[in-house]
Design a protein around this ligand. Structure first.
Ligand SMILES: C[S@@+](CC[C@H](N)C(=O)[O-])C[C@H]1O[C@@H](n2cnc3c(N)ncnc32)[C@H](O)[C@@H]1O
Length: 209
């Protein structure tokens, strides 16, 4: 399977019809967490199984991964987990998805593709315009979590988010994870790999103010 997909390809311009919350989740009133670039979704399966008081939504640009994850949700009869296929930027930019952004309690960007070459920076999922849309729609107090093992990417994401004056940084060491979408600090696949290989993890949390 292809590891890197160009999110700017016109293949991703069309967005599938977005289901309503009641089609996605059994109890649409639960707190909602969005994971952007969720790959095969293992992280979200772990979370959804252990935190049944949260709804989890994953967006992933590799269609086969999303189709497999959707089948697994049906097999396991999970009612608090849903996956959307597509470029997260296009999905969130689309006016159909305003109800998602307005209702999320938190969004995670875990180990997004770094796109090391400068000419490819525009393929990075975190973009000023994207953060601007999030900042206009997210509720005050809702959170953005970022994690990466690439310092240059971390600096870029941190700068881009803080350049938007509607977000302030929260001290990760003081943050009370027990009431968050990830109370048991479940690790993503990339995070497990990074820890085994003793690489540094750069992470930050931002609050919409
Ligand atoms: C390096 S992987 C990290 C996967 C997972 N979050 C983890 O921590 O193990 C980045 C993932 O983001 C997906 N991705 C990249 N750009 C995206 C975009 N614009 N919209 C949705 N998914 C995207 C990639 O296909 C890939 O699955």
């Amino acid at each position: 399977m292809r590891q890197h997909v160009n999110p700017l390809s016109k293949n991703f311009n069309e967005i599938e019809r977005l289901p309503s919350f009641s089609e996605m989740f059994h109890d649409s009133k639960l707190n909602l967490h969005l994971d952007v670039g969720c790959a095969a979704g293992e992280f979200l399966f772990d979370l959804a199984l252990s935190n049944t008081n949260w709804n989890y939504l994953g967006i992933e640009i590799r269609e086969r991964l999303v189709n497999n994850a959707k089948l697994k949700v049906l097999e396991r009869k999970l009612k608090n987990l849903y996956f959307l296929f597509g470029n997260a930027n296009n999905i969130i930019n689309d006016c159909q998805s305003k109800f998602i952004t307005k209702n999320v309690k938190s969004i995670s960007f875990n180990f997004p593709d770094p796109w090391f070459k400068k000419k490819h920076y525009k393929r990075r999922v975190i973009q000023p315009e994207f953060i601007n849309i999030l900042s206009n729609l997210m509720q005050k107090g809702s959170l953005i979590f970022i994690k990466t093992d690439v310092q240059d990417l971390f600096d870029y994401m941190d700068y881009t988010i803080l350049n938007n004056l509607n977000f302030k940084k929260i001290d990760v060491n003081e943050f009370n994870f027990s009431e968050s979408f990830n109370p048991n600090k479940v690790q993503t696949n990339r995070e497990k790999y990074v820890i085994i290989n003793e690489l540094v993890i750069f992470e930050s949390i931002y609050m919409k103010i």
